[in-house]
Design a protein. Structure first.
Length: 152
């Protein structure tokens, strides 16, 4: 296979969050990374008295953990406040995450989670030796991610 000439630059992505999977808030101007863990399947294995190796079977998929990094700001409609409200909702608020590595134009791929929840949230960390923008991370858990193509 020859080397590709069609790579995607990570700095042009579009990232959005939603509480209802209908109205999305674009947090691309605050988001700096989306790090989904590897999707894994359950594996079962058993040994018998005869033989050196186990009998191995593959099962269902495990849930998926995603870490999202955003720039910390103190405006009401910014990513920190939108996600903080989801995290602090009684019983854990619902979150949907959608991202497009190529920027979300027609024909680009979109990756969308099903209904998940914010399982961990960092409140504003500070460091006297940090000269760059303050950042926070939040972690979410969902059952699946669906790939689609942005309509043209």
């Amino acid at each position: 296979m020859t080397q590709t000439s069609n790579s995607i630059w990570g700095g042009a992505a579009k990232v959005e969050v939603s509480a209802d999977n209908a109205t999305y808030t674009d947090i691309s101007g605050h988001a700096q990374r989306v790090l989904p863990d590897a999707v894994t399947r359950r594996i079962g294995e058993k040994w018998t008295f005869d033989g050196e190796y186990p009998i191995v079977k593959v099962g269902k998929r495990n849930s998926i953990s995603i870490t999202v990094g955003v720039i910390y700001t103190e405006e009401a409609a910014d990513a920190f406040e939108v996600v903080r409200a989801m995290f602090e909702a009684e019983g854990g608020g619902t979150i949907y995450l959608r991202w497009s590595p190529a920027g979300g134009s027609g024909g680009d791929f979109n990756f969308t989670t099903d209904a998940g929840f914010v399982k961990e949230f960092n409140y504003a960390p500070i460091d006297s030796e940090e000269d760059g923008p303050l950042t926070i991370e939040f972690g979410m858990q969902c059952a699946q991610i669906t790939k689609s193509t942005v309509a043209t």
